[in-house]
Design a protein around this ligand. Structure first.
Ligand SMILES: [Zn+2]
Length: 67
């Protein structure tokens, strides 16, 4: 069952593909518009690189180098 993603602050529904766990309104309220935009930008860049640390359990990193 697919649950819609919700803002951790106000519980409003946010897009499933959103890189953040809160709505822009709350994000701006917490960090300010400038900081919020920077955070979103960083998160999107990280995701596009595949660097976003997801909470997926059981997804073993194949490229993890153990020394
Ligand atoms: Zn919110």
């Amino acid at each position: 069952m697919v649950m819609n993603k919700r803002c951790i602050y106000c519980k409003i529904e946010i897009p499933q593909e959103s890189v953040i766990d809160f709505c822009s309104r709350c994000g701006i309220g917490v960090w300010g518009e400038k900081m919020f935009n920077a955070i979103v930008k960083n998160m999107e860049e990280a995701r596009s690189k595949g660097d976003l640390v997801s909470t997926n359990i059981g997804d073993n990193s194949r490229e993890h180098n153990s020394s």
